[in-house]
Design a protein. Sequence first.
Length: 169
Amino acid sequence: MTINAETKPKRPRKWWKRVLKWTMRVILVALLFAGIAIFIAYWRSTNDCQRQSAAPTNPMKAVVHCEYGNPDVLQVKDIEKPAPDDTQLLVRVHAASLNPLDGHMMRGMLLARLMGNGLRKPKDTRIGVDYSGVVEAIGKNVRWAMKYSAAATARSRNTFVRVPIVALR
């Protein structure tokens, strides 16, 4: 057995292999954390159907859906009349219509769930986005509406569109 004084020089490791290896590790860890976050958000998703009292003190009729599904999940219930905050209006609805958005929200289409409507159960249990009626209450920071004025409205998360109704005879 002879000992060779000359050792083979180590082949330098290619830098791109190291970068690729660490990039893959970072991506896997990020996917793991995203999966955990989605799992927690899914199981914490709830709505106010369980909190509704049996006999509201100031009732109003509303069509609600506590679960996603076909039209069989819709129920007409007496719920507590909401009080508008500083930037909201309360409208007594006289007429309502259906549009495709109502169906997507009721069935819980994936895009509707990802837009913040609730992963497992709908956050907003009321259904319908197009309606017309009379303004009943006004928040103190709302400047463009008058109490008891007629309005056609479209409800969404951050906007409230009002179009004056022309009286028809």
